[in-house]
Design a binder for this molecule. Structure first.
Ligand SMILES: Nc1ncnc2c1ncn2[C@@H]1O[C@H](COP(=O)(O)OP(=O)(O)OP(=O)(O)O)[C@@H](O)[C@H]1O
Length: 294
């Protein structure tokens, strides 16, 4: 579904240039539900905004389904945003209207795109557990309920890709679990591809694949050892909220096509490796050491 190669994003202001993505590679399969983690400023939102068509890449390749987002025209981009992609933010105040009901909020984007369908709007609100509250005005709903309205809105145009930037950032654990359950249901029953950007490791540990971004590039990847654990967890007999990524997932370092990889700064500092290292292949493994003293 998504293929990014050597993706670069440069923000230019009057004085400075910020290189937010520095040749990022990532591919995400059709129907996958995965998470992206990384420190503040590592480029997560920049990547998500590019994938959502909210921002233009500076160089590299980025393909989402049939769309080449580097070459896409402005008119096509409007179509892309309407038809292919749905977006959920941490703070949804900007795309919810407080004096309209939950149902009206979901119907509005449908009207704007000429695909008005009240029955479907109701069905979406039922999906997110708001059947009884759909007539309530947004301002009468709790933060977690509003977030679920936002999820229903993001699905109003039947997107095949759902992008969520810190979707559980401002809700409690119970609502966060509920939102993850909704995502899983959407993913499994409707086949929507879901990409979640998060700081929340508990949430990240619930998806099959987690990709870490460091300094504008993908650095490590965590793959769940037993993808079936989630289903057991739903029944309440396995898994727990204290699951960390390390417990449930195997960690791999990401290599790009040219064989480049990122070595964590902490390792380099511990070994006092600065701008070069010695590398040795012993037939089984590769050993990286500080350079020999000359
Ligand atoms: N519109 C912009 N203009 C200039 N620089 C920007 C802009 N947006 C982001 N940046 C810079 O690009 C880099 C990556 O930012 P980004 O928001 O993608 O990080 P992030 O990983 O999502 O961080 P956070 O977890 O704090 O949201 C940062 O150095 C940021 O300051």
């Amino acid at each position: 579904m998504i293929q990014c190669e050597e993706l670069v994003k440069i923000y230019k202001t009057d004085e400075i240039e910020v290189v937010a993505l520095k040749g990022l590679n990532i591919s995400i399969a059709d129907g996958e539900m995965m998470a992206i983690i990384g420190n503040s400023g590592s480029g997560k939102s920049t990547l998500l905004n590019i994938l959502g068509g909210l921002d233009r890449p500076s160089a590299g390749q980025v393909q989402v389904g049939e769309w080449n987002l580097l070459k896409i025209s402005d008119e096509e981009l409007v179509q892309y945003k309407r038809k292919t992609v749905g977006f959920i933010w941490q703070n949804n105040a900007r795309n919810l209207v407080p004096y309209l009901s939950a149902l009206e909020n979901v119907e509005m984007p449908m009207m704007l795109s000429g695909q008005y369908d009240r029955a479907y709007a109701k069905q979406l609100l039922e999906w997110v557990g708001l059947k009884e509250r759909m007539g309530n005005k947004l301002q009468q709903l709790s933060g977690g309920e509003q977030q679920r309205v936002a999820i229903a809105i993001s699905l109003a145009n039947k997107p095949s890709l759902l992008l969520a930037d810190e979707p559980t950032g401002s809700v409690d654990t119970k609502t966060s679990d509920m939102i993850m359950d909704i995502f899983r249901k959407l993913n499994q029953e409707l086949g929507v591809t879901i990409v979640i950007v998060t700081h929340d490791m508990t949430l990240a540990s619930k998806v099959d694949r987690v990709v870490a971004i460091r300094d504008g590039m993908t650095s490590t990847e965590f793959i769940k050892r037993n993808p079936n654990l989630d289903h057991i967890e739903e029944g309440g007999s396995a898994g727990s909220h204290t699951d960390t990524i390390q417990e449930a997932h195997e960690e791999y370092v990401v290599l790009d096509r040219a064989g480049r990889m990122q070595i964590p700064r902490a390792y380099l500092q511990a070994l006092k490796i600065d701008n070069k290292a010695s590398m040795e292949f012993d037939g089984e493994k590769i050993i990286i050491r500080p350079p020999k003293a000359l």
